[in-house]
Structures are given as structure tokens and as C-alpha cells.
Design a protein around this ligand. Structure first.
Ligand code: CA
Length: 224
């Protein structure tokens, strides 16, 4: 899942980016409200971690404008300990959750997963499709009940496909989920990761629609 982080404090920004990246998120970091708006306009992020006290345009203004244009992506706000009124204003402006600085990175990641889960209409942490089960909290993948080891990129690719099962995803749609702005995109990388996923999950799990993209094909477990 790709996250937009808007935070002007360099220490907090760097530590949140590092922590969320370690938890398997692709993170793009901006340091002011106008840059956040420009990033949101790209439409590639799955959720937003938004500091309310941002230069150039406040987090509250960014959030209000998002909701005015019916952008329903989950937003988690970061607020100061003594700023109860800000938290109330943020939630009333359309934020889905908040954490108070200083916060625990593990809790922030868990809250984000909860928002993304709810946004996808799920209450449980495990996404299943046919014989594939992906635990979004532990990032463990099982095929027919057997644990399978995937690299971070392979996992991100599988997660993007599980988010839209049955849809054909183009190379650029998949690259958008795999790479943040600061990650170099290698040519053929999507093919390389798809190849690895097929080898680990089963050759018929991902179908290639020539000239269009790839889709996850449902394969049910053999009857026990
Ligand atoms: Ca700030």
C-alpha cells in the first residue's frame, strides 16, 4: 500500500517514513500543504498521514479540500498533545483517525492498516482469494495453508493485485504501487517480480493479458 506522508518536522518525517517502510508500506513524504495537494492530485496513494500544522497550507485545509472534492481516501492526522480542539476539528473535517505526538510507530502502522481494511470493507486482517491468504498485519502469505516466503516487492505486488481481484492491472498501475518517488524504477521489474510470484504461488495464479496487463486468477484449494 502506498502512503502519502505530509509532515514538516524533519525528525518525525524521517522516522515515520523509515518505520512505515519497514512495515511494508511504500511511502512518499512531502513537507508542506501545497506539495501534499499536488501529490494527492496524482491519485496514486491509498491513504494519507497528515500533520495538521503544515507550512503554506494547513493540514486542516488540505483535508477539507480533499473531502469537498469527494476524495474519500483514509486520512490519519498527527496532532500535538495539548491540541484537543485541533483533533476535534480534524475529525469533524473528515479525518478517519489520529495519533498524538509523540506516538509509537507500531501503533501508527496498525492504525493505518485498520483504516485501509475498513476502507476496503473488511473487518478481518487476512485477505483471502481462492487458495491464497495474506495476513496484512504479519505480512505472511499462505498458499493452500502453507507459508510462502516473498520479497518485499513481491509482497507489494501481490497486495496490489489482491486489492483488486479479477481486475486487469497495467504495468504503470503496478509500478505506482511498488515504487515511491525516490525509488528507481528498473525496466522489466514488474515482469521479474511476476515471474517470481508465479514460481512461488503457482504458475496459473497470475494471468497475463497480452498488451494490457496482469490479473490474479482464482484458484481454489484442492478438496481435503
Ligand atoms: Ca508541523
Amino acid at each position: 500500500m502506498r502512503i502519502l506522508l505530509a509532515e514538516d518536522d524533519p525528525m518525525i518525517g524521517a522516522s515515520v517514513r523509515r518505520g512505515l517502510t519497514q512495515d511494508g508500506f511504500t511511502v512518499d513524504w512531502v513537507e508542506d500543504g501545497r506539495a501534499a495537494e499536488a501529490a494527492l492530485a496524482e491519485g496514486v496513494h491509498d491513504a494519507v498521514v497528515l500533520d495538521l500544522g503544515l507550512p503554506r497550507k494547513s493540514g486542516l485545509e488540505v483535508l477539507s479540500a480533499m473531502r469537498r472534492r469527494h476524495d474519500a481516501r483514509p486520512v490519519l492526522i498527527l496532532t500535538a498533545r495539548d491540541a484537543v480542539a485541533d483533533r476535534v476539528a480534524g475529525l469533524d473535517a473528515g479525518a478517519d483517525d489520529y495519533v498524538v505526538k509523540p506516538f509509537d510507530l507500531g501503533e501508527l502502522a496498525a492504525r493505518l492498516r485498520a483504516l485501509l481494511r475498513r476502507g476496503a470493507g473488511r473487518a478481518e486482517p487476512v485477505v483471502t482469494y481462492g487458495n491464497i491468504a495474506f495476513n496484512t498485519a504479519t505480512r505472511e502469505v499462505r498458499v493452500d495453508g502453507e507459508a510462502v516466503q516473498l520479497s518485499a516487492r513481491e509482497l507489494a505486488l501481490l497486495e496490489a493485485m489482491l486489492a483488486r481481484p479479477g481486475a486487469i492491472l497495467s504495468r504503470s498501475q503496478l509500478e505506482d504501487k511498488l515504487y515511491g518517488w525516490s525509488d528507481p524504477v528498473e525496466s522489466n521489474a514488474v515482469e521479474v517480480h511476476i515471474h517470481a510470484l508465479r514460481r512461488k504461488l503457482g504458475a496459473d495464479v497470475i494471468r497475463n493479458v497480452r498488451g494490457v496487463g496482469w490479473m490474479l486468477a482464482r484458484r481454489d484449494s484442492a478438496a481435503a
